[in-house]
Ligand binder design. Structure first.
Ligand SMILES: *Cc1c(COP(=O)(O)O)cnc(C)c1O
Length: 546
């Protein structure tokens, strides 16, 4: 391994003593060593007066978990873009060393090479946009090549590179770093190459939170490699690459309770990609589309069509790739709403106004972390994990009988009791429904109903915007399955507040489980017509607002 570092490192970088910043400091230590201001500015949401850690430990742990690698196998950078730059700085001597790239591919490899004064050896993709391993290996071995870049899935062509080709290149180019850029891997049906790190000492995998995790504005990328490679790259890493607000916000966005929502959105983007692919193929403006494993499509437009003008007139931006041939564009997959707008311009697909009634809420306190995604116009998926089996079952009743899709994940202080978790889930569900309802235009507003075996629940709902609860049911305090009886009215009280609804509940029966279930089911049933949109778009109130 020392061998590898000797071969790839710029000698002056290998010999460099990196800039020394403050190491870790104990809680409560008096920090007079970095010429910082002792006061954070008014309104700061953290100790912004202090220099951040170069590699903040909590974020390193979270990202190691996310990508399933060890903490010493990664380097957090200001976007994957910075990782590309660092790779050139650490390995390539200006005017002497080279990188191999396979165009058409991500343009930044070439720019970063030029900034460093490194040479570029292009080994073009073949006619199917696949890499050509024999040529890449031959070129890498014939010159002073330090880096081989493979982008998989490739930007802008969208295809995944064959794993056995990548592995073969890494094996045979043992004196080079083989860098696999996986910026889009979450959208592909393929495992990350990180699984090969134990075998391949010269493998580097790049990841980003910009694409699958919607954090392009936060600038957070990750370089993954074996520890000796990471240690070399650390020498050229700036002392404070990640701003404190970014560290805090990214940790909050990546809270484990949010993962179900990320996964749903990734699945949605993949489904929309396939929908766009099929619909665009049917458009007269399109000549060819390449299948994609990423969140975009490379499209060959029909050269006779005026589609580019029409897109501009509709203020829809797609990326011009005429450098690859006249009429080629790269189209990113948007929300169903964006995609419908695009398809309308292409004269493809139904042009229904997609006024989406979806909402995502993430709420994090010291007691609970909860996230929910609601889609009022879909009935799947319903996926609920609160840590309280009975409550999961009850919330599922609301969604199933209410006829809406709900993903809700909670991690609460159940070691104390169920109270905080149950209450906060009701807050989050109420808020998510309220937000998804938007201005409540076109909704039924009222709902009624429900018998269940020997039990009966009569429930009326008015999505009036004004909270009120009338609750008349005798439920014994011991409740069911770790779910206390008093929690039932408490859930609906909280829901009424946060949803903005009048909820009237009456119920009775012999069996407590039945009575509670009848209430939750009945609430869902009552919500269904209240949430449903009819043909009209009027706000169902003589006041004109709800
Ligand atoms: C978008 C993109 C990146 C950049 O990622 P950041 O983390 O936003 O810098 C890297 N590689 C490829 C192939 C990309 O398309």
């Amino acid at each position: 391994m020392g061998d590898l570092i000797d071969k790839i490192a710029r000698p002056d970088i290998a010999a460099l003593t990196p800039y020394s910043a403050r190491g870790g400091a104990a809680e409560g230590a008096v920090l007079l060593d970095a010429n910082e201001n002792p006061w954070a500015p008014p309104g700061a949401k953290g100790a912004w007066n202090r220099y951040p850690e170069q590699q903040p430990a909590p974020l390193v742990s979270r990202i190691a978990d996310l990508y399933g690698v060890a903490k010493d196998q990664l380097l957090l950078t200001r976007g994957a873009d910075e990782a590309i730059d660092l790779l050139f700085r650490a390995t390539c001597r200006a005017g002497k060393d080279n990188a191999v790239i396979s165009p058409p591919t991500f343009g930044l490899y070439g720019v970063a090479a030029k900034v460093q004064g490194a040479g570029l050896t292009p080994v073009p993709l073949d006619d199917n946009y696949a890499i050509v391993p024999d040529d890449i290996i031959a070129e890498a071995q014939s010159k002073a090549t330090k880096l081989v870049f493979l982008c998989s899935p490739n930007n802008p062509t969208g295809n995944l590179m064959a794993r056995q080709d990548v592995v073969r290149i890494a094996r045979e180019c043992a004196a080079q770093l083989v860098v696999v850029d996986e910026a889009y891997i979450e959208f592909a049906e393929a495992d990350s190459l990180t699984g090969e790190l134990a075998e391949l000492q010269n493998l580097v995998v790049l990841k980003t939170l910009s694409k699958a995790y919607g954090l392009a504005g936060a600038r957070l990328g990750t370089m993954i490699a074996n520890a000796p490679v990471i240690n070399l790259l650390r020498k050229v890493l700036p002392p404070y690459p990640l701003p404190s607000p970014v560290i805090t916000e990214v940790l909050s966005a990546l809270a484990p309770v949010n993962m179900a929502i990320f996964n749903e959105r990734i699945a949605r983007i993949k489904a929309e990609r396939e929908r766009l692919y099929t619909a665009l193929l049917g458009s007269e403006d399109v000549q060819k589309i390449w299948p994609s494993a990423a969140n975009f499509l490379l499209v060959q437009l029909n050269l006779k069509s005026d589609i580019q003008t029409r897109l501009k007139a509709s203020a829809i931006h797609v990326r011009d790739f005429s450098a690859l041939g006249e009429g080629k564009v790269r189209i990113s997959v948007g929300t169903p709403e964006h995609n419908n707008a695009l398809l309308a311009v292409f004269g493809a697909g139904e042009n229904k106004p997609a006024n989406l009634r979806r909402a995502a809420i993430s709420r994090q306190t010291k007691e609970t972390q909860i996230s929910a995604l609601v889609d009022l116009d879909a009935d799947e998926p319903v996926n609920i994990q609160t840590g309280i089996g009975f409550f999961d079952h009850m919330l599922e009743q609301i969604a199933r009988h209410g006829g809406f899709s709900l993903i809700l994940t909670a991690r609460g202080d159940l070691h104390i009791d169920e109270h905080h978790t149950v209450e906060d889930c009701a807050i989050v569900l109420g808020q998510a429904l309220r937000q998804a309802l938007g201005d409540r235009a076109g909704i039924g507003r009222y709902g009624f109903v429900l018998p269940m075996d020997e039990a009966q629940a009569r429930i009326a709902v008015d999505l009036s915007g004004r909270p009120a609860l009338r609750f008349a049911a005798d439920i014994p305090d011991e409740g069911v399955g770790g779910f206390g009886g008093q929690m039932v009215p408490h859930v609906f009280e909280t829901m009424a507040q946060h949803l903005g609804a009048a909820i009237h509940i009456e119920a009775e029966g012999q069996n407590t489980h039945h009575v509670i279930e009848a209430i939750f089911k009945g609430f869902g049933r009552a919500l269904r017509p209240a949430l449903a949109r009819g043909e009209g778009t009027a706000i169902p109130s003589s006041k004109g607002v709800l």
